[in-house]
Design a protein around this ligand. Structure first.
Ligand SMILES: [Zn+2]
Length: 115
């Protein structure tokens, strides 16, 4: 049993409201990195010793190139939140498109001439 057009419209409205409440969205993957420094005498160069970090990077594809940006210190948690929002937005856009498809089908079938 297909949903009524009214029901589909209500669902679309809910998706729109959820999108409106999302906040910042950020595309990319956040990674935690430990690094060695430029000083050869620093313990970080010895095997099994602690390296510097963690540092956090945001990585994503831009025009077929992988681009990494170092995130401000202590901001990884906020950036992860923006990243989660981006994933949610993508899901919501897909849902919006699926519901729209149903609504379009319902509108056009109701206009079709009956036999
Ligand atoms: Zn070092």
């Amino acid at each position: 049993m297909p949903h009524s057009l009214e029901d589909i419209r209500r669902r679309i409205q809910k998706v729109k409201e959820t999108i409106a409440g999302l906040g910042y969205v950020l595309q990319g993957t956040i990674s935690r990195v430990y690094l060695t420094c430029g000083k050869p005498q620093c313990p970080c160069h010895r095997k099994g010793r602690r390296k510097h970090g963690p540092y956090f990077y945001l990585t994503r594809k831009e025009n077929d190139k992988t681009v990494s940006v170092k995130l401000p210190r202590g901001e990884a948690t906020s950036y992860r939140g923006y990243g989660k929002n981006y994933v949610r937005l993508k899901r919501l856009v897909k849902r919006y498109a699926r519901l729209s498809e149903k609504a379009i089908a319902a509108v056009h079938s109701s206009r079709a001439p009956r036999r």
